[in-house]
Design a protein around this ligand. Structure first.
Ligand code: C5P
Length: 303
């Protein structure tokens, strides 16, 4: 919602943006490239749970963080959302600054794109706040990180390259999901560094219309997240998370997202997902457990 002005009004002083969690439904890795990155193929979707950001026009750049995971974040200089704002101001020749208020609801370094989602949301919000209608955010998003381009769209995508080649897919149905993180921060580079066995690219092509959970189950078949093995070696508790999800009634798919350690379970009915979330949270009071759904086509738009 734009404070006191109509949505889309470039003269607004404040804008609120939602930064949804990204979920890799599968992730196949290829060989390491000369630039140090791995070629990937992945199907990425977004959840209804996420961080919330408020941007307010200001003479300088500042960042304040609240929310359950505020204390887990590094200082503002190393914060990707802060860097995104400064870099956009610089590249677009904007004289203003911005005050960023970040409500950090997603665990940090957890494979669901929290930092990338925040940076992408800041880019989307500032494009509107600063009236940069003709500015192409994609090159800057690519420079900020492999997951930032897909988070810019925040819609279901088939993803290739190091993460920056996107094919947008038709929206998936609302599917009930539970996200579980065991509270261990897993640096992406360390997981890629421990990668041995890989599926390679070319095993799957983008799905056609996915209209039901059964379509998704059929499509995913024996697709894997190649980073699951190395992440479980670095943090064996991730296997406990996967086991906890898999043994829940109504769980159709359980896997790790990105480089971990957040895992997701997709359930046949919302009641199954809610029941699983309550039981897992009760059994593991130190785990982050979020019952949610795959986000609809409006995810990532100003709220
Ligand atoms: O792009 P981003 O900064 O998110 O990547 C973090 C690290 O993860 C990279 O430095 C690289 O070691 C690894 N990575 C990779 N292949 C990718 C994406 C990330 O090896 N496609």
């Amino acid at each position: 919602m734009f404070a006191g002005r109509a949505p889309g009004d470039p003269s607004a002083d404040r804008i609120r943006i939602f930064a949804p969690a990204k979920i890799n439904l599968f992730l196949h890795a290829g060989e390491k490239r000369p630039d140090g990155y791995h070629n990937l193929e992945s199907l990425i979707v977004f959840a209804e749970v996420g961080d919330r950001i408020e941007l307010t026009r200001s003479g300088e750049f500042s960042l304040s963080v609240t929310g359950p995971f505020a204390s887990a974040l590094p200082g503002f200089v190393h914060n990707l959302a802060f860097q995104a704002a400064c870099e956009l101001g610089c590249r677009a020749g904007v004289q203003d600054g911005v005050s960023i208020a970040l409500e950090k609801n997603l665990p940090v370094a957890s494979g669901i794109g929290g930092g990338s989602a925040d940076a992408a949301a800041v880019l989307r919000g500032l494009k509107s706040l600063w009236g940069l209608t003709a500015f192409d955010l994609l090159p800057l998003a690519r420079d900020l990180g492999s997951d930032v381009p897909v988070c810019l769209l925040s819609r279901p995508c088939w993803v290739e390259g190091r993460g920056e080649i996107l094919t947008e897919l038709t929206p998936l149905p609302w599917l009930s999901m539970v996200l579980v993180n065991p509270g261990v921060a897993i640096p992406t580079a360390a997981v890629f560094g421990a990668l041995n066995a890989r599926s390679g690219t070319g095993r799957l092509r983008p799905p056609g219309a996915v209209e039901s959970l059964w379509d998704l189950i059929r499509y995913l078949g024996d697709a894997d997240n190649d980073l699951e093995g190395p992440a479980c070696e670095l943090a064996p508790v991730i296997q406990d998370v996967l086991n906890a999800l898999e043994q829940e009634p109504g769980c159709a798919i359980a896997a790790m997202s990105g480089s971990g350690g957040t895992c997701f379970g997709i359930f046949h009915e919302h009641e199954f997902a809610n029941g699983a979330a309550s039981r897992i949270a009760m059994d593991h009071s130190d785990w982050w457990v979020a019952p949610t759904r795959l986000a609809g086509p409006d995810a990532g738009k100003p709220i």
